[in-house]
Design a protein around this ligand. Structure first.
Ligand code: ARG
Length: 261
């Protein structure tokens, strides 16, 4: 995770970002600390990346890399405003003992567009991550990539429209209308038992959630997801990240998962 020390909305690269709307930096920090402390209270280890001035979106740490089996695929951002974040993430991995690193050739925004299930590496495209990066990730990780076309600019990253609930069992939740008809059909075929989110819960960033296989941390305003999650045996935990929503992100965007290594 990366604290929102320099968080601000000074430019707009997604429809949620409105530079005219004020952000409360102190509240953003408190909300971020609540998320970090919640992870720690649940027994997870949270490592922190130092924020850099001039990179207001760095708080969305999920976009900085993808880590699987201890192997690190670096990011390459679509927008110049975020270019420099990629190197900061790679430096962090270099100084934390990760030897198997790849500086990507093609544009990919890390876990913003890559999601791991037991059988697949789901990969978004259409707004940020290039389809060429899907092939690059498949080759690097040796996992089956399933490319999914995002069609609604409000859901510009895969992690705004789909969440892996249990990565040992191919259990996911998603918002169908964020995807093209063909991608919707692929999801229905691969995940026939998925939890489908309503427009209202998707718009509350309810799919921008993190699950450890039991606890699901998600925005508290995505109220329609709580009972269906409980019915499937999960324990939903509502978080308030209202300030970070102003940059177009929530729980998952602020969290990069270190898998293995
Ligand atoms: N303002 C950031 C952007 O548009 C938000 C990134 C949100 N992160 C995410 N994993 N969806 O790039």
């Amino acid at each position: 995770m990366c604290p929102p020390t320099y968080f601000a909305v000074t430019y707009s690269i997604n429809p949620w970002m409105n530079p005219a709307k004020p952000v409360d930096p102190a509240l953003a920090l408190t909300q971020w600390e609540d998320l970090r402390d919640r992870y720690r209270a649940l027994g997870h280890t949270v490592l922190v990346l130092d924020p850099l001035p001039g990179l207001p979106d760095m708080v969305y740490a999920a976009n900085g890399a993808t880590v699987v089996d201890g192997r690190v695929l670096g990011a390459r951002f679509a927008h110049p405003e975020r270019y420099a974040e990629a190197e900061a993430h790679l430096d962090w991995f270099r100084t934390h003992g990760y030897a198997d690193l790849r500086e990507p050739v093609h544009v990919n925004e890390g876990e913003g567009d890559f999601a791991f299930t037991a059988s697949y590496l789901l990969a978004g495209r259409g707004f940020r991550t290039s389809p060429h990066a899907h092939a690059e990730a498949q080759e690097f990780f040796g996992r089956t990539v399933i490319g999914l076309d995002l069609v609604d600019p409000r859901y510009y990253h895969l992690d705004t429209a789909l969440c892996v609930l249990d990565d040992t069992a191919d259990e996911i939740m998603y918002y169908p209308d964020a995807f093209s008809p063909g991608s919707r059909a692929v999801l229905a075929r691969l995940f026939p038992h998925a939890l489908l989110a309503t427009e209202q819960d998707a718009a509350a960033f309810g799919l921008n959630a993190v699950s450890d296989g039991h606890h699901v941390l998600l925005p508290q305003s995505a109220t329609g997801l709580f009972d269906p999650l409980r019915a499937r045996g999960f324990e939903p935990l509502g978080m308030d990240l209202s300030e970070l929503l102003k940059g177009g992100g929530s729980v998952k965007c602020c969290t990069q998962e270190l898998r293995g290594g």
